[in-house]
Design a protein around this ligand. Structure first.
Ligand code: S3P
Length: 441
């Protein structure tokens, strides 16, 4: 464990550039590994989760290397040509690596075993086992569809039409990646839109993929069709900055008096940018500068000003577009004026930790007023006053986003917050602490 006390701080000022998007980084390596030839990637997130994906793709035959100038080069084997890994694939803490790679293996004539850390080994994999079994893959897993887990791929796999029972980009992507080496057309129906990086990137790599919007019982639904036995062409990719990493600094600058922070290179794909709209509705001033397109994704620099925030009722329909941002959003709510109500967040209970109970416990220790409901938190904010708690230590449960959210809470507190373990931060944002020190006065 590497504990750290995050002290109350003065304003956040200056500028930072956030590292590459985690979701896009994983997919750059996976799709590069399935294209024949050389894919070059700049701005790749060099966090532990993405490095787990890189190691797994190497174990299945691709060459994945970092060049001196920080550019990554992936030499792919081609769809259908993944090799049998010789040892279990260690996924560390990464649910995205595990679920997406299960999809890849599911339609190749290979067998792979996935292992992970204590957090990942508690997470449900049944949600991907179910559609991938229908496509013909076979699974052995620990109880309840958990890791360690072995996938025996089907060859040929069977195309399916699959309606997502949970709003999950990981499940959608697992089926689409399996579909790449499956003859015929695989269809995924998405009742609630989730991040669409897989669709954008699969198209970019030359897959035949179409998305149709149809009227569903509860609003528009997306129908995604992918033609299998695809041939992917290598690409040059520039990974935009990760909005989920920027989120910690956005909230920090909003809640710490005197702050004005420029955050460069923030990906603003609408399926990811829900937090920014909600914070603006609470009164937060977040200006967009220099809007542009990077790697097929909308990007801008964000200038964030300290702002008095007002509590809000968050529309549960927004949850997928800010699903990873709730831990730090709860910190913003804890400093706002009045009551913030969230609901429809059952998925937060199966992230790297149970984020509803972890954040309820951590914020309560930090002195916030929090009620934990089955599917959300209700928070009464301090109206801008620093959190008055004793400072912990708070338990991160191997969850990077709990550690970073509570680091920000510590900076907006009277006595600081003691975070029990900062090591998990390296899974998604290795330079977080360095950037934080650089901008706080
Ligand atoms: C991700 C999808 C989300 C998100 C995760 C990354 C992805 O998970 O929480 O951090 O890259 O597809 P779910 O699909 O399980 O919601």
């Amino acid at each position: 464990m590497r504990p750290r006390h995050f002290r109350p701080a003065g304003a956040m000022r200056g500028e930072i550039r956030v590292p590459g998007d985690k979701s896009i980084s994983h997919r750059s390596i996976m799709l590069g590994a399935l294209a024949v030839g050389e894919t070059r990637v700049t701005g790749l997130l060099e966090g532990e989760d993405v490095l787990s994906t890189a190691a797994a793709m190497r174990a299945m035959g691709a060459r994945v290397e970092r060049e001196d100038i920080g550019e990554w080069v992936v030499n792919g084997v081609g769809v259908g040509a993944l090799l049998q890994p010789q040892a279990p694939l260690d996924m560390g803490n990464s649910g995205t690596s595990t679920r997406l790679l299960m999809g890849l293996v599911a339609s190749h004539a290979i067998e792979a075993t996935f292992v992970g850390d204590a957090s990942l080994s508690k997470r449900p994999m049944g949600r991907v086992i179910e559609p991938l079994s229908r496509m013909g893959a076979a699974f052995d897993s620990a109880e309840g569809g958990r890791l360690p887990l072995t996938v025996r791929g089907a060859s040929p796999a069977v195309p399916i039409e699959y309606r997502l029972p949970v709003a999950s980009a990981q499940v959608k992507s697992a089926v689409l990646l399996a579909a790449l080496n499956t003859p015929g057309i695989t269809t995924v129906v998405e009742p609630v839109p989730t991040r669409d990086h897989s669709e954008r990137m699969l198209r970019g790599f030359g897959a035949e993929l179409e998305v149709e919007e149809i009227d569903g019982a509860n609003g528009p639904e997306r129908v995604i069709r992918l033609r299998g036995e695809a041939e992917l062409r290598p690409q040059v990719i520039e990974v935009p900055g990760d909005p989920s990493s920027a989120a910690f600094f956005i909230v920090g600058a909003l809640i710490i008096p005197g702050s004005e922070l420029l955050i460069r290179n923030v990906g603003l794909n609408p399926t990811r940018a829900g937090l920014i709209g909600v914070l603006r509705d609470m009164g937060g001033r977040i200006d967009e500068e220099n809007p542009r397109v990077v790697g097929g994704e909308p990007v801008a620099d964000l200038r964030v000003f300290h702002s008095p925030l007002k509590g809000i009722e968050v529309d549960p329909a927004l949850a997928p577009s800010m699903i990873d941002e709730f831990p730090v959003f709860f910190v913003a709510a804890a400093l706002a004026e009045g009551r913030t109500v969230t609901s429809g967040l059952d998925e937060l209970r199966v992230k790297e930790s149970d984020r509803l109970s972890a954040m309820a416990a951590a914020l309560t220790l930090a002195g916030a007023s929090v009620t934990e409901n089955e599917d959300g938190l209700v928070i009464h904010g301090t109206r801008g006053d620093p959190l008055p708690g004793t400072g912990g230590p708070i338990a991160t449960h191997l969850d990077h986003r709990i550690a970073m959210a509570m680091a920000i809470a510590g900076m907006a507190s009277v006595k600081g917050v003691e975070v029990d373990d900062t090591r998990p931060i390296a899974t998604s944002f290795p330079v977080f602490e360095e950037l934080l020190e650089g901008v706080t006065q």
